[in-house]
Design a protein around this ligand. Sequence first.
Ligand SMILES: [Cu+2]
Length: 118
Amino acid sequence: MKQNQILVLACMMLLSIVIVISCSKSKTSSSGTPSSNTVNIANMAFAPLSLTVKVGTTVTWKNNDGITHTVTSNDGTSFNSGNLSAGSSFSYTTTTTGTFDYHCTIHAGMVGTLIVTQ
Ligand SMILES: [Cu+2]
């Protein structure tokens, strides 16, 4: 009778260990996502649409689309990638705080926002 109780307890402990391991495993797999200062270009869109970074951060746009795009700030001076062919990337190191709307000069509907904070 007492041995049975120990066996049940051991099974419950083993089960809880398995649950903890499976939970921590799903946590580590989510860390494989792209870093927070990268904007992916895919399917004629910037992702994320809006990115917030601290001043001094280098932001990288990666063209994962099959066609050429540009990353051009609406103010015309802050940053401009020029033609960014499929598979290439563009990096810009933020120097001032503010909200920078940008677009693709080739495709009018492609817009994004870079928010730079202190
Ligand atoms: Cu484009």
